[in-house]
Design a protein around this ligand. Sequence first.
Ligand SMILES: O=C(O)CC1=CCC(=O)O1
Length: 263
Amino acid sequence: MNFLKTSSTVIHYRAVGLETGKPVIAFANSLGTDFRIWDDVIARLGDRFAFVLHDKRGHGLSDVGSAPYSIFDHVDDMAAVLDHLNLKNVIVCGLSVGGLIAQGLYVRRPDLVKALVLSDTAHKIGSDEMWNTRIKAIQANGIGSLLEPIMERWFTPPFRSPDNAVYAGCCNMLVRQTADGYCGTCAAIRDADFTADAARIAVPTLCVVGDQDGSTPPALVRALADLIPGSEFVEIENAGHIPCVEQPDAYVAALLPFLERYA
Ligand SMILES: O=C(O)CC1=CCC(=O)O1
């Protein structure tokens, strides 16, 4: 297990294959998940790439720290992990709030970013009212009280079958996050807006989205791609908000040509 003490928190991270000299992909996670959501992607790409994963503050085994957070708290944590590993110029793949973190990393530390995969994310996600309502509900009744609507956005109906053990595991992962960490990150998402910055992204960028994503639907991710000069856009069939878990083969197939081109 690897933990990094930063100036403000403790971050759980994992580095895979850095000693091989293969091109590095650094992942940033979505709300309510830990870095195990990338297991199937790493298994499929491990012969060509090395990886850095981390649990953002308030999630997984990382400290909760002082919530609520700003998106740049999460950005600084990710930068601290990459600096600790002496990495620069990596491919950054961020999912949902992880995509906001990836955009923020490019704004604050462009030296760390060679290319961006912005997955199921946007320049601005949701409204103040939406996030404040969610924060209030979770502070009053816990994350479990919103399990069903969250899962309806994360995964398509066939994946949400009672027979699907992976689905059951994802439900466990969500409800086991701390309410403070989850709500702290909701506040960070609420306050983040990279609309103006998106037009200034000057590294190769791929925007990708599940065709049934209920949180950042294809039209929103397409709008993000339209803001970023020269970016590419791909839709994954039969997938919700977390296609790296629901459709790992299709997800990797969508990313691979881009990753190989810019590795
Ligand atoms: O809507 C959800 O719960 C999913 C989500 C929104 C931002 C994020 O990171 O995940």
